[in-house]
Design a protein around this ligand. Sequence first.
Ligand SMILES: [Zn+2]
Length: 372
Amino acid sequence: MRTDNPNLSEEGLQDIIDYLRANGLAVAARPNTWKTKDSAQGAHEAIRPTHAAECQAGAGGEEQALYKLIWQRAVASQMANAQFDVTEVRLEGNVPVPIDNKPALFVAKGETITAKGWMALTEAHEENENQTAEPAQAIPALKTGDAFDCKGVCIAKQTTPPSRYTEAALVKKLEELGIGRPSSYATIVGNLKSPVRHYVIINAKRQLEPTDRGFAVVDELVGKKFSFLEYPYTRHLETGLDQVAAGTKTYQALLGEAWAVLKTELARMHDEGRGEPAQAGDGTAHFKRQTVAEARCRCGGTIEKSPKAWSCPDCKAIVWNTIASLPIDEKTALALLAGERLKMDGLQSKAGKPFSATLFIDDEGKVKFGFF
Ligand SMILES: [Zn+2]
C-alpha cells in the first residue's frame, strides 16, 4: 500500500503497449487513465512491473503470486475493453403471490462475450478452468410468449444485521469516509489490534470483535460530543496536513485550529462534570450506567454499574462482571471496590486450569490476583 495513484508513468505506459503489440494483444484505443481521488497522494505512479515482458518474477510462491497479480492488473489496464451481448429475460407468473396478490415477476440476465479484450490476458495466464467466456448461468434461447411449468414457494426470509468488519472491510470503509491514507491504514488497524490496547480480537471469521474494553472505551467516549470522534474531523485534519505538505498552510495554523477546538471541548466536558452517563447515540453506546446507591469506592467516589462492570468514575477503578471465567456478583464487586481483599475459588486460567487467588484492586484501579 505504497501509492494510491492509479495512473502509469509515460515510460510504464509505453513499455506495456510495446509488450501488448509484440504479443498480438488488443491495445486500448487510447491510453487508459483514471481520475485520482481527492485524497490521493499523487507523488508516485501506480505500482507496475518494471518490464512488462517479464511475466514472472519473485523468489518464493508468495512473491511470484504477488508479482503476477501486479503484472496482470498493470498490463490488462492498457488493453481494449471486453465486449458482451447482454440478454435479459423477464418471466411473469400467472398465479398471484400470497403477499400482495400480484403476479410474480422474475428477471434473469445472461452475457455472451463478443470481444475478449483484456480478458484474453487473464485467461491466457489463468490455469483456473472456471475463467471461461461462457457465463456461469447461460440463458437458453427463448421466444416471447414461451410458457413454462414450474412450482414455487414463498420463503419467509428475514434480513440479518450487517456483519462485523474484517480488516479489509474496515480499510474500505475508512477509504470511503476519507479517513486515513494508504500509508496509515496499517497503523490504524494495528492500534485496534494492539495487545496493549486490547480493543478488539480477531474472531474465527476473521472479523474484528470488540473486547469488553473496546465496548467500554466507546461507551465512555460516545456522547461526550468530542469533534475528534466524528468522521469529518480526521478527514479535515488530513486535508490540512496535505495543505501543509503542499506549502499552502503552516503547521502552526493547522495545530492552532485543532487545539482551539479541543480546548473548548475539554472545558465544556469539565463544566458538565465527569462520569455523566453516555448518551445513546448512533447505537454504539451499548449500555447505560446507573449509580449504585449507598455503595462507595475506596476513594470515596460513587460506584456506577453497567451490564458488564462496576466502576468508579473518580479513580477509574473497575471490576468486570467476569474475572478469570468466574461470574462476579454485585456484593463481591462492591467489596473489591471498597478496598477489600477477597479469597476466591473457582477461577480459571486462559488454558482452562482452575485456581484460587486473593483478589484486590491495585493502585491503578485494576483487579489483581494475589497468591498468598
Ligand atoms: Zn474510586
